[in-house]
Write a protein that binds this ligand. Structure first.
Ligand code: P6P
Length: 334
């Protein structure tokens, strides 16, 4: 039987090669993976662990926080603050950045995360996940929010962990995308897919259709053409999915292709979109591009966007390259 390659072995075997991952970054990724195991265990307990329901508070986005949002956030902070790999952390669940406390060794990296994306699905037992992004801090000054405001193209690592029928960690360090599935008997993430490739074409689109009347014309045109199917300009039928958990929708696309859209709409015209740039769109966009897909805000590459605020939002179109190119073309060359 083929040997099981753990995340540790996968990273260690890169040492000494051109693909080596810096030791601090390797340790950081292993600790983040451990945090995901802890979160998976808490999520899997559900009602038995008394972790369902709301926490009675709101986050910086003004969204009601679920108990598991806070539990997951605390798990990531407590696991990552002492390791000597980070200068600071930022989270969807925290208004401000979190500098590493003075009693711990400071590191070179910055970790941003959405600790539990898809919270509306927690209480109804639908897949949710953790999304994380790693940047490198420059200079020796004390960490500040401005250190985090780097374009997504500057990421040194990005990944997500989906808590579904399997707990699967999906990771890139800029050398393609790899997947590790949690072996609960061993308590280890085991390599289950290497060099993930997203099919460039698809027959599956993901969008919240209830917002149709609020969309801009290019998005409406694209979706109308999908709905027109064989008889329409696309000449083929399409299927639709919307899990309302970005991690789960993106994972499906990583596995079999598709296009995911959360576009600007006129419900809150001052907001460019619903999803957050720094710890949702940027990590997911890098993963998708590393797997041969595309990711734009409808007009420009998401990874090129120069951030101005830690929790800024962005419109997202990502997935199978040819479909993303088509949606982007409808915006830029109507
Ligand atoms: P809607 C979850 O709250 C999230 O941020 C993403 O995971 C998901 O894709 C989106 O919002 C769902 O939004 O408006 O369909 O509930």
């Amino acid at each position: 039987m083929a040997q099981k390659i753990s995340l540790t072995r996968y990273l260690v075997e890169k040492q000494g090669s051109a693909q080596a991952v810096a030791p601090q970054l390797q340790l950081l990724l292993e600790v983040v993976a451990d945090s995901c195991k802890s979160i998976s265990s808490a999520v899997n307990k559900g009602a038995l662990g008394g972790v369902l329901g709301t926490a009675g508070s709101e986050n910086v986005q003004g969204e009601v926080q679920k108990k598991l949002d806070i539990i997951s956030n605390d798990m990531l902070i407590e696991a990552n603050e002492w390791g000597g790999t980070l200068a600071g952390m930022a989270s969807e669940e925290m208004d401000e950045i979190l500098p590493i406390p003075a009693q711990y060794r400071q590191g070179d990296y910055l970790l941003m995360f959405d600790p539990l994306d898809g919270s509306s699905n927690i209480d109804v037992n639908v897949s949710i996940g953790t999304i994380f992004s790693v940047l490198k801090k420059s200079g020796t000054a004390a960490v500040a929010e401005s250190d985090f405001l780097q374009a997504g193209a500057q990421q040194v690592a990005a990944g997500y962990c989906v808590y579904g029928p399997q707990t699967t960690l999906v990771l890139t360090v800029g050398q393609g995308v790899v997947m590790f599935t949690l072996d609960r008997e061993l308590g280890t993430f085991v390599l289950t897919q290497d060099q993930v490739q997203i099919p460039v074409d698809t027959k599956e689109f993901a969008i919240n259709m209830s917002n149709m009347r609020h969309w801009d014309a290019p998005v409406k045109r694209y979706v109308d053409e999908c709905l027109a199917g064989k008889e329409g300009p696309r000449g083929k039928d399409f299927n639709m999915r919307w899990i309302a958990s970005m991690v789960a929708d993106v994972h499906r696309i990583m596995m079999r292709g598709g296009v995911f859209m959360y576009p600007w709409d006129k419900r809150e015209p001052e907001k460019p979109g619903k999803l957050r740039l720094m710890y949702e769109a940027n990590p997911m966009s890098w993963l998708v591009e590393q797997a041969g897909g595309g990711a734009t805000d409808g007009r420009q590459r998401i990874l090129d966007i120069a951030p101005t605020k830690l929790h800024q939002r962005v419109a997202v179109v990502l997935g199978s390259k040819n479909e993303v190119d088509r949606v982007t073309q409808y915006h830029t060359q109507p």
